[in-house]
Design a protein around this ligand. Structure first.
Ligand code: FAD
Ligand code: MG
Length: 360
């Protein structure tokens, strides 16, 4: 639960707006939702703000009930439990996520892979029973990951024997996309949804300035005001993945939850966090830019600096449904890299000790 503390500080920064005053004449609702093992904060404005905020909570809880692999009767649990056996009937949300996951697995050259679940389980993540698996066990589990198959029939879908999926790297982004739809339905003029490391900055702040999203210093998880810098965003998603959000230590080594499908080990790429930013509505062609940011934050963290930037520079690799995005990469050796286009919206915290590099 170490990651929850970090989120609380992020929430405080977001809400305080670094000292700016909120307009008192605007109706506002702010609710905390604990779901998907994450402390979430939804803030809505406008006449229908309370109803809108609670409708967002309903969406999150509905998705958790369907998509969590720790909820016994979720669609994902049924799919995992039926692996190699019968077909499982799935609904629209899981179907959309399976399509998106396959797409990002392809565009990222396999770095993003929901079939990593058996390997992630062997490390004890999601159950918080951490351990370092033996190399033999990892080798066996990687066969399941590499041989992943999803049989799709009109009556349902099925995984191969022993296989399982984990949507932890993509489902919160999808939830953020659905929250945009709720905001639109309830005519919310502005709002903020903070689903752990997935932030949706909708519209601008009441005083007309952009929302301010702090990027946690990965070296000081949970540290008060420990930010590498701040992004100023309007109508955008910003999704951060980092090894500091969920990890354990054994024999003096730190092991985190983002697993490199090539090795079965926690990614060791020299990056300590990756933030992916995309505008609302630019989407992956099917209107899900939050989902894209979530998938890419995880995959680019695994790729490392060089490969992540090569991926960012080469539009042809984003696929037909690709859309523009920006990156903030934090490196183990104390640098913060910000891609062109995002650089004018990022301010380095001068006291953070990091050095700043603009990337083109
Ligand atoms: P991200 O980088 O976005 O995702 C990392 C997560 O994705 C890992 O934790 C792992 O699950 C998975 N992953 C690892 N490597 C890869 C890879 N190469 N490709 C694709 N995926 C990968 N956690 C609990 O402990 N208990 C729960 O009951 C629980 N319920 C959840 C229910 C739902 C619906 C979701 C979406 C998540 C749930 N989680 C639960 C997980 C947790 O909330 C976070 O999703 C997780 O800690 C990582 O999220 P992140 O945004 O920090 O990192
Ligand atoms: Mg992710």
């Amino acid at each position: 639960m170490k990651h929850l503390t970090a989120y609380v500080f992020l929430m405080l920064l977001l809400l305080s707006g670094c000292g700016a005053q909120l307009s008192p004449d605007e109706a506002q609702e702010s609710i905390q939702v604990i779901a998907m093992d994450t402390a979430m904060l939804i803030t809505t404005y406008g006449e229908r703000s309370p109803a809108a905020a609670y409708a967002c909570e309903d969406v999150i809880r509905d998705l958790e009930a369907k998509l969590s692999r720790t909820v016994e009767d979720s669609e994902v649990s049924r799919l995992n439990n039926n692996a190699g056996k019968e077909l499982t009937v799935i609904g629209e949300d899981l179907s959309a996520l399976l399509d998106a996951a396959a797409y990002y697995n392809f565009t990222t050259g396999g770095a993003f892979n929901i079939a990593i679940a058996p390997a992630a389980s062997a490390w004890g993540f999601t159950k918080d029973h951490f351990q370092v698996p033996s190399q033999e066990e990892i080798d066996e589990l990687l066969k399941l990951v590499d041989g992943f198959t999803l049989r799709e029939e009109p009556e349902g879908v099925a995984l191969g024997p022993g296989q399982s999926i984990d949507l932890g790297a993509i489902a919160k982004g999808y939830a953020a996309d659905k929250i945009v739809q709720v905001f639109q339905e309830y005519e919310v003029p502005r709002g903020l949804a903070q689903l752990g490391g997935n932030v949706l900055a909708y519209g601008d702040r009441p005083d007309g300035t952009p929302w301010r999203v702090g990027i946690q210093d990965p070296a000081k998880p949970g540290g008060k005001n420990a930010f590498v810098g701040v992004l100023e965003l309007t109508d955008a998603f910003a999704v951060t993945s980092g090894g500091y959000q969920r990890y354990f230590e054994q024999d003096g080594k730190t092991y985190h939850h983002i697993i490199d499908p090539a090795t079965g080990y926690p990614a060791d790429s020299g990056l300590t966090s990756v933030t992916v930013v995309a505008a609302l509505g630019e989407g992956d062609g099917s209107g899900f830019p939050g989902t894209m940011c979530d998938a890419y934050s995880t995959a680019l963290f695994i790729m490392g600096e060089e490969q992540a930037l090569a991926f960012w520079r080469d539009e042809t690799r984003w696929g037909e449904q690709g859309c523009p995005f920006g990156l903030v990469l934090v490196t183990e050796d104390g640098r913060v890299l910000v891609t062109e286009g995002l650089a004018d919206r990022f301010t380095l915290d001068e006291d953070s000790g990091y050095t700043y590099e603009a990337v083109s």
